[in-house]
Each structure stands twice: as C-alpha cells, then as structure tokens.
Design a protein around this ligand. Structure first.
Ligand SMILES: Cc1ncc(C[n+]2csc(CCOP(=O)(O)OP(=O)(O)O)c2C)c(N)n1
Length: 517
C-alpha cells in the first residue's frame, strides 16, 4: 500500500466517503490511490473555492468531514475564503494538501510557499506529515479533530504519498464531545427563573432537530423567548418546530429586537454583535445591564447542553402544551406581475417542497425570505456564515451530494455567484439536484447600501462603477448552459413560477435567472 492509499483507507474506515479535489503534480499519489480506494467518491472542482465550499456544504448536512485535495500553497490559498466560511460554520473538513519533497525545497521551486502559515489562518488542527508510516495516525487524528467542528489540514509531501508503507495497520482516533458542565446549569436556571424577560440565543448544533426539541420544551416550561444567530450554518425550519426569532443583521434593528430582555442564555454561540465596526458605536447588541451566560464550550455538543438545561428545569410538558410554542404552517400566496426581491422570495417560499434544503446566499434579496422561513413545510436551511461571498453554489453542490434524495434550492445573489460559478460544471457532471435561482439585480446592492449608511455622499459615476454589474450584463443562461446546466431567464412572477415548477421536475441541476426590477 502507498502512503496515499493509506490516507484514504484510514479516512474510509473512519466513515469518510467523498473527496472534492483539484490536484496537481504534488498530489498525483492521491489521484492514483483513488483508483484503489473505491469507497471514496472523487469529485473534481474546477477552482479550489468550489472544493472547499462543497466540503462545507457536505459537512453541514452529514456532520462528518469530506476530504479536499488541494495543490500546495496556491491551491490552498484559492480555497481559503470558503474554508473561512466553513470555520465559522464549525463544519468538519479534512484538507489534504500536497507539498514538495524536502530535498527540492532548498532550491525554492516556483510553487514553493509557506503552506503551514496559510493553514493556520483557518485550521483548528494542522500538521506537516513527517513520514509515510505516520500517515495513518496523522489522518485519523485529523478526522477526530475535525469532528469537534473544525478544519483539519494535513500537509503531505509528494514522496510520502508515493512511498510504500511497511506497516499496514489502519489507525483509528475516536472522538467524543466533552460532557456537559453541570456546575453552570444552576446559574442559568436562576437567570431564567428570576429574570423579568429571559431569552435563549441559539447557534451551532442547538439549531438541529435534537437541540430544537429541547428548546421547545424550555420555552414551554419557562415562557422564555428563543432567538437564533443571524447567520446559522444549518437550522431546521418550518411548521412543527419552535418559533425562533432571527437576530437582524443591521445593529439598530438587532438592538431594538433585544432591548427589552434582561437575561440571556447563550448556547452554541457567543454574544451577538455587529458585523462591522460602525463609527456610531453600535457594536454589542445585548442591553448592557442584561445578565448573560454561555453554557457550552467549543468541545461540547450544544444540543446536549440544551437537553440538560431542559431536564434541570423540570419534567417535560405534554404534547398539547408543547404545540402552543410550535410554529403553524402558513404558506404565502403566489405573487403576480413584475418580479422584485420580496416577490421572488415569496414565490420560492410558496413553492419549495417539504424536505428540501435551502442554501441562501441571496444577500440583499435573500433577506426577504426569512419572514416566511419558520412557517413553511419543514426543510433545512444553510446560510453564509463567514461573510466571504462565493459560498452558495459550491455549498449547494456539497449539500446535494450529501443528500441526493432531497432537492437543493440555492437562492443566489448574482455578484456573489460570480466568485465560484464553476460549481455549476461540477453540479452538471455529478447530476446534483440543485435549483439555482440567480437574483439578478445586476449590482452589488449591499455595497451601495452600506456606502450610504456609512454616511458618504451619494456615489459619483466613478464610485458607482465599482458597484454596478451591468455593461455588459452577465448572460446567465449562456454561462449556465456553457457548463452543462440547463437554464432559463425570467422577469415576471408568472414566468418565475412556471420555470421553478419545471425545474423541480428535473432530475439534475437547473438554473433560473430571475431578472429583478
Ligand atoms: C470574498 C468577499 N469579497 C468581497 C466582499 C464584499 N462584499 C460584500 S457584499 C458584496 C456584493 C454582493 O453583491 P451581490 O452578491 O450581487 O448581492 P446584492 O448585494 O446585490 O444583493 C461584496 C462585494 C465579501 N463580503 N467577500
């Protein structure tokens, strides 16, 4: 067995089954090994940001790592923005980065780069492999580390990938979340019981099924409010789940929503604060005098912590009582006439099938979708966690491969789409069931908005040229078809509804350009 085969054998034994790759000469051993380790599905991405974003999407759905294979420092650098989003999402990811053999490094060949420094920017665990015989234990440790919700990066010189392994034993590295810190709970209970208006703010695994079930019980038992972070990696949404209020993006709206609460219990998230440092000083969102406590640490399962909190708050309420705190289904009416951002979101909300996965990188357009989200047919929702745009199409690819039975709907802003649109080619090649809705406002609307909010005078022609995507307009139908994804362009609500209904019948990917007025 070669070192590279050992990497994949170890990963396969640990339950890893997919690898998003963009290899080069220093990863040839890994490429060859995929011919022998058949349980790992290789997926080619035509840009590293596609591979890393797809691994993020896959990991968010399956809660286990996908592998990325990236080419030296430059390949890793191309993938960093989406690894940043994955780090913020606390997605398990295993990066295998090829490197030059030690003997050529003194010559400083052109692709030579400080990979470890790059890895340090996003990885919670990293190692430069030092011998082929350590590859199994290095891989096992990396996978175990990733399960805590972090990026693990293993840098593997090309000669160790190719080397014959003497000792064929495959390492395993079990992982377990830390137990709940029971000493924290009485304080949380006293806060909830003594506060005038207590609230829970939830993120991370607290927003998955188990966490939400506990949150519903806590709300039913205590009457406390439930909030969720502004940009969750993943949440279960829709009728039958507890109603959570999403903390708004804009500081003044967030502070207004939170101002009347006097105690906050944080699970799976830090204290909410502003996305940017605004001169006006709206940075911290919680009222200064409100009590607050975070109940989980990085290596605990936020859902388990919530279950424990619910347990110490007393016996579970009956199903009838529980129903009082669960969202009821309200499917919006279909819009008519010209297509605008609110109408587009209304139409998607009305038409999306039960059990679908929504990947929302609609930026300013996507914001309108959230009023409907809690009341729709149950579905799973993924957002842009780290603000590095260009995640939507790759994450949708990864999510679709992670859950081939569930349609994926990618609400996708046009400017953000252009960063990683090569993902469409991989979607076509892998027959991923993704419906991409391009929100075509032909501008960087958010930049215009933030520019005015920051107090600058309305932009002149030169400044505006950096915010407009027209002249030429992007031809989304041609771009999409050129990568093998059938597409249509629509500019009315009726046209969108027809195209979306048709796209739902497709067995593979489809793109709809929604030209917004
Ligand atoms: C990697 C990265 N580069 C640049 C930005 C800055 N940025 C934030 S929003 C935005 C424009 C988004 O435009 P679009 O995706 O079309 O959405 P819209 O604002 O029009 O809804 C840019 C360039 C960013 N967040 N991330």
């Amino acid at each position: 067995m070669t070192g590279a085969e050992m990497i994949f054998q170890t990963a396969a034994q640990a339950g890893v089954d997919i690898c998003f790759a963009n290899p080069g000469t220093t990863e040839l051993g890994l490429v060859a090994a995929l011919d022998t380790v058949k349980s790992i599905r290789p997926v080619l991405g035509l840009f590293e940001g596609v591979c890393t974003g797809a691994a993020d999407g896959y990991g968010r759905i399956r809660q286990k790592p996908a592998i990325t294979v990236l080419h030296l420092g430059p390949g890793f650098a191309n993938g960093i923005a989406n690894l940043h989003n994955a780090r913020r999402a606390r997605t398990p990811v295993l990066n295998i980065v090829g490197d030059h053999p030690a003997w050529i490094k003194p010559y400083d060949p052109p692709l030579n780069m400080d990979i470890a420094s790059l890895a340090g920017a996003v990885s919670g665990w990293q190692k430069e492999n030092e011998s082929a015989d350590q590859l199994s234990s290095d891989t096992a440790q990396a996978i175990a580390a990733s399960h805590y919700g972090q990026i693990a990066t293993l840098i593997v010189p090309a000669d160790f990938q190719a080397a014959a392994i003497q000792q064929d034993e495959i390492a395993s590295a079990p992982f377990a979340f830390n137990p709940v810190d029971e000493e924290m709970l009485p304080y949380a209970v006293s806060l909830i019981q003594e506060a005038r208006k207590p609230a829970l703010i939830l993120g991370d695994r607290a927003l998955r099924e188990k966490g939400l079930a506990a949150a519903a019980q806590i709300k039913a038992k205590t009457g406390c409010e439930l909030f969720m972070v502004t940009f969750p990696a993943y949440y279960e949404a829709g009728a039958g789940l507890p109603l959570l209020k999403r903390i708004p993006y804009f500081p003044e709206e967030a502070k207004k929503m939170l101002k009347n609460y006097d105690a906050f219990i944080l699970v799976g998230t830090n204290e909410p604060s502003a996305f940017f440092g605004y001169a006006q000083g709206d940075t911290a969102f919680l009222p200064p005098k409100a009590s607050r406590v975070r109940l989980d640490t990085a290596k605990q399962d936020a859902a388990e912590v919530l279950e424990y909190l619910s347990f110490v708050l007393g016996p579970d309420v009956s199903q009838a009582e529980l129903r009082q705190v669960l969202a009821q289904a309200t499917i919006p009416e279909l819009p008519q006439g010209p297509l605008n951002a609110p109408g587009l979101c209304t139409a998607i909300a009305a038409l999306q099938p039960e059990g679908c996965i929504v990947v929302e990188e609609g930026i300013s357009t996507g914001a309108f979708y959230y009023t409907y989200s809690p009341f729709l047919r149950p579905y799973s929702h993924l957002t842009l966690t780290g603000g590095a745009i260009g995640m939507g199409m790759p994450v949708a690819l990864g999510a679709a491969l992670a859950a081939p039975d569930r349609p994926v709907i990618n609400i996708q802003a046009d400017g953000s789409a252009m960063y990683t649109l090569q993902a469409l080619w991989s979607q076509a090649r892998e027959k991923a069931k993704v419906i991409t809705v391009v929100c075509s406002n032909r501008r960087y609307f958010t930049i215009e908005l933030e520019y005015l909010r920051a107090g600058y005078a309305p932009p002149g022609e030169t400044a505006r040229s950096l915010m407009m995507l027209d002249s030429p307009n992007l031809d989304w139908v041609s771009l999409s078809r050129g990568m093998g994804v059938p597409a249509a362009s629509v500019n009315t609500s009726e046209g969108f509804i027809r195209a979306f209904q048709a796209a739902l019948q497709e067995s593979g990917p489809y793109l709809i350009e929604a030209v917004l007025e």
